[in-house]
Write a protein that binds this ligand. Structure first.
Ligand SMILES: NC(=O)C1=CN([C@@H]2O[C@H](COP(=O)(O)OP(=O)(O)OC[C@H]3O[C@@H](n4cnc5c(N)ncnc54)[C@H](O)[C@@H]3O)[C@@H](O)[C@H]2O)[C@H](O)CC1
Ligand code: K
Length: 502
């Protein structure tokens, strides 16, 4: 959760890979003539000031320093604390003799100011007082698996009850992908010069705690020289639906048709339909197995439920909608494949989800089809199937996976997760939204309905995808705030979707 507050519309945040941030670092030193040590001092000062602001009662700190410049930032923090008579102990994970360059200068500063240095974790105790732990073990230079003794230092930090500030990035978290094995669980992460993509992807959101960014007074010129890897949107930076004119009428707001609901899966199709209605679509119809029609009429009479026994029966219905969402409760039977094949040939914009994606991945239906006017919404497993690769591969580099699916199928790809990626022809966007309570059946069906409704109301596919992902997650957060996460049900979100879409 980024602490930046939003008073009005703001630009999306730029996210960078570790390599890009190191390029920014290099440019700052070469173009802006800012010595590396000055950058390190600014980084350490920024982190120290944020530590004092976040924990005003702190009365001692323990800094865990690695062997590189992340450790260097830690030594600056320790020196500043000692200067201000704030008791500080530094755990030197790598012997100071091995330090070089700016990190060695920073170590000398901490030593001159009287910071206590220990090389044995057993000498550290946080039993009493308001201690804060500072993780300066690894930053953007981390690669591979955690090596000793950093792994034991990470475990020591995580075993402590004391709050943790991570310098630049929690140690053990991959700065690009957000993948992590053993990694520091931080309460606050202060990151410098460029926001790393890994802070907002995969395990990043769970490990960073609050993220605070400090540009260390870098000038805009360097940012123009290094392209961002992702653009991160939040509530303040999203394109919204236009205000409705007084003389509006329902056809102006499009017609969404949901195609799904095979035997036993009527609920998914109905939830997607109701979500489309609650997100403002002018008309919503549902094409599903006949046994679901009665329940649909009872639950939501505003949805025009139509029984479909075969693909032929679906054909005449496909002329009506401007957007067709195929997938919720669709199943993978011959019936399911027939419906996807026919829907896939219409002029309407498409949203493909769940089993529609699994059928598409099978290659028998719509093989080789690329459309600019469809949105695919895979989760990690469906993405792996669409790319004919493993889930582990997708988790290792989710941005590459989202891009690859977009290149293979064209259109817009939403790769769902704690950080959701939206890949389109002009790049890849990221939205952090939702909460663990949303890991339950039906949540994806709601998102599908909201995406379709926003497209039906005239938004471009990328803008509709971004707003739908944010709105869906925000509805989940508000529903969880109202009644808890564990028992959160998809239909709890509907009333919040209605409020948020206004
Ligand atoms: N531009 C900026 O954002 C600024 C960054 N600063 C800080 O510098 C680090 C990056 O420093 P670097 O020396 O490149 O790498 P690290 O300190 O992150 O790590 C290198 C260090 O760690 C060891 N190591 C690598 N992988 C492992 C592993 N798997 N297990 C154990 N140890 C590992 C490696 O051997 C080195 O000793 C950045 O994050 C910022 O904190 C600048 O100070 C300010 C501007
Ligand atoms: K760190």
């Amino acid at each position: 959760m980024d602490s930046q507050t939003h008073t009005g519309a703001t630009a999306p945040q730029k996210l960078y890979t570790a390599a890009a941030v190191q390029e920014l670092d290099r440019l700052l030193i070469s173009q802006q003539q800012i010595p590396g040590l000055t950058l390190m001092k600014r980084a350490g000062r920024a982190a120290f000031d944020r530590l004092r602001a976040h924990w005003p009662e702190v009365n001692r700190i323990q800094v865990f320093c690695g062997g590189g410049n992340n450790g260097g930032d830690g030594y600056v923090i320790a020196g500043l604390a000692a200067q201000r008579k704030l008791p500080v102990v530094v755990y030197t994970a790598v012997s100071p003799e091995k330090l070089t360059g700016d990190a060695l200068e920073a170590y000398r500063f901490a030593e001159r100011e009287g910071a206590t240095m220990v090389s044995d974790l057993a000498e550290l105790s946080t039993a009493d007082g308001n201690a804060v732990l500072v993780d300066a073990l690894l930053g953007t230079g981390f690669s591979g698996e955690l090596r000793a003794p950093v792994d034991t230092a990470v475990a020591h930090i995580n075993a402590s009850a004391a709050p943790v500030l991570a310098v630049d990035i929690p140690s053990g978290l991959n700065a690009d992908s957000g993948a992590a094995g053993e990694a520091v669980q931080a309460d606050l992460t202060v990151t410098f010069i460029g926001r790393k993509t890994g802070l907002y992807l995969g395990r990043g959101p769970a490990l960073t705690g609050e993220v605070i960014f400090d540009d260390l007074s870098a000038s805009d010129t360097v940012y123009h020289k290094v392209p961002a890897h992702l653009h991160r949107f939040d509530g303040g930076s999203l394109e919204q639906l236009p205000v409705r004119a007084a003389d509006s009428y329902k056809n102006q707001f499009g017609h969404v048709m949901v195609v799904g609901g095979d035997h036993g899966y009527g609920g998914a199709a109905l939830m997607a339909s109701e979500a489309a209605a609650r997100a403002g679509a002018g008309l919503v119809s549902l094409a599903s197995r006949p046994e679901h029609v009665a329940a649909a009429l009872t639950r939501c009479p505003e949805v025009m439920a139509r029984p479909v026994v075969s693909g032929q029966e679906l054909e005449p219905l496909l002329e009506l909608p401007s957007v067709i969402a195929v997938g919720p409760g669709l199943g993978q039977s011959p019936w399911s494949e027939q419906l996807l094949a026919r829907a896939g040939r219409t002029e309407a914009a498409l949203v493909l989800d769940a089993d529609a994606l699994n059928i598409l991945a099978g290659g028998r239906v719509l093989a080789g089809v690329q459309r600019d006017d469809w949105v695919l919404t895979p989760h990690i497993g469906e993405a792996a199937r669409l790319l004919n690769t493993s889930k582990a591969e997708v988790v290792t580099d989710p941005v590459a996976a989202a891009r690859a699916i977009q290149q293979k199928f064209s259109g817009v790809v939403i790769l769902k997760g704690a950080g959701t990626l939206i890949a389109h022809a002009d790049g890849v966007d990221l939205i952090n939204s939702g909460n663990p309570g949303m890991a339950s059946g039906g949540m994806g069906d709601l998102l599908t309905g909201v995406i379709a409704a926003l497209i039906a109301q005239g938004m471009t596919l990328p803008a509709a995808a971004r707003l739908a992902v944010w709105l869906h997650g925000e509805a989940g957060n508000r529903a969880a705030a109202e009644g808890g996460q564990r028992g959160l049900l998809a239909t709890d979100l509907l009333s919040h979707i209605r409020r948020l879409v206004d």
